[in-house]
Design a protein. Structure first.
Length: 96
């Protein structure tokens, strides 16, 4: 939440129908508290989290876990480290 530059109350930026996400545009919005119109620009920040993936470097096997899928018959086995997927075996499909 950001504060209105006029009355300093917290306002929520309206993104109805995807409005207000273009970083090259200047948008305006009316403050619901003081009724004044302010302008805003958008900055989108991308953050990366890096982790080791020993299963992709031949250092360890994949750590597969069955996905929680409804219906269950569409479940797959997915590595909890790298996200690689493979079909479930019959035994894996039956296990809970």
């Amino acid at each position: 939440m950001k504060k209105c530059p006029y009355c300093n109350k917290e306002v929520e930026i309206c993104h109805d129908d995807g409005e207000g996400y273009d970083e090259s545009e200047t948008y305006n919005q009316e403050c619901p508290y003081c009724g004044k119109i302010f302008v805003y620009t958008t900055t989108i920040l991308v953050v990366y989290d890096l982790e080791k993936a020993p299963c992709l470097n031949g250092e360890a096997p994949h750590s597969f876990k069955r996905t929680r899928t409804i219906p269950k018959k569409f479940s797959k086995m997915q590595c909890t480290v790298c996200g690689e997927e493979r079909p479930c075996t019959e035994n894996e499909m039956e296990a809970d």
